[in-house]
Ligand binder design. Structure first.
Ligand code: NDP
Length: 253
């Protein structure tokens, strides 16, 4: 896997457990690559015999540009997180990985409010729209939410001036506010009792977003299961085998 930074990543441990569980002789390592050098790094890794690559922040767009054959979803999300180096092809497993995690959560309706307008917001909004959700969008910098909505074909009425979850069955935090341990200006008082609060971020302790949701008695989730699902889908694309999901999830505990 390549990214910057990568030292904190749990992916090497998760994939090592998957290989071990199935008795596969593979190795998964994390390599820090600087912005602007992704193409050179991928050429080099390909020449060295690496076959699959995961790409994390902030290189998903550069990785997409390097590929000669990209899945339509990766192109629309402007993000390739899983590459086959030998065929120079790529897919995006973040969006379907996120959707897979929703299967286990009973939602009261197909309406969602997505917070953020960065790279992961684009993938999550695309995933939700593809699954038939009515999506609202809120971002600290309003203009970026307006631009993202325009690009993805969301109506401008869906772009909210304030983070009001009224009527939403699902609230997804794709911002990096939790990374900074910062609170978001969410109108929690308007959240329905059935609403699920989903933070893409994961850490040892519940994030401020999750703590705020739990304090109101709402169901709160972090991004651990999504990390496992996107990794499992990458594993399956590379190997053609069924990923050992339980073991991979345990490796993230
Ligand atoms: P980007 O840098 O592309 O976007 C960041 C977004 O967060 C912007 O919308 C930005 O708003 C907003 N933001 C940042 N700080 C604050 C704050 N203090 N208050 C309110 N809004 C803020 O990041 P990504 O979309 O690539 O990633 C976002 C998060 O998603 C990360 O925490 C990452 O770890 C997580 N993630 C998890 C995955 C998983 O598998 N679980 C997969 C991919 C990502 P503005 O436009 O105003 O600057």
């Amino acid at each position: 896997m390549i990214g910057n930074p990568v030292s904190h990543s749990l992916s090497p441990r998760m994939h090592a457990v998957a290989y071990q569980t199935l008795g596969l002789p593979y190795k998964y390592v994390a390599i820090r690559v600087d912005t602007g050098e992704v193409g050179t790094a991928l050429d080099h890794l390909r020449a060295m015999g690496y076959t699959g690559i995961n790409v994390t922040v902030p290189h998903k767009e550069e990785a997409l540009a390097w590929c000669e054959d990209a899945q339509e979803l990766a192109v629309r999300a402007r993000a390739a997180n899983t590459l086959n180096l030998q065929t120079k092809s790529c897919i995006n497993t973040d969006a379907p990985g996120f959707l897979a995690t929703l299967q286990e959560v009973p939602l009261s309706s197909k309406s969602a409010l997505v917070l953020g307008a960065g790279g992961s917001a684009r993938a999550i909004v695309l995933a939700l729209m593809g699954a038939g959700f009515q999506v609202n969008l809120y971002n600290r910098t309003h203009k970026r939410a307006v631009e993202l909505a325009e690009e993805l074909g969301l109506s401008q009425e869906s772009v909210l001036e304030v983070a009001d979850p009224l009527g939403s069955a699902l609230l997804v935090n794709t911002t990096s506010a939790s990374l900074q341990n910062a609170d978001l200006p969410i109108m929690w008082q308007n959240a329905g009792a059935e609403m699920v609060a989903y933070d893409l971020m994961y850490s040892k302790e519940p994030t401020p977003f999750m703590r705020a949701a739990s304090a109101l008695g709402l169901r709160a989730m972090d991004g651990r299961r999504m990390l496992m699902e996107q990794g499992a889908l990458a594993f399956e694309w590379w190997t053609g085998l069924t990923a050992p999901r339980n073991e991979m999830l345990e490796a993230l505990a």
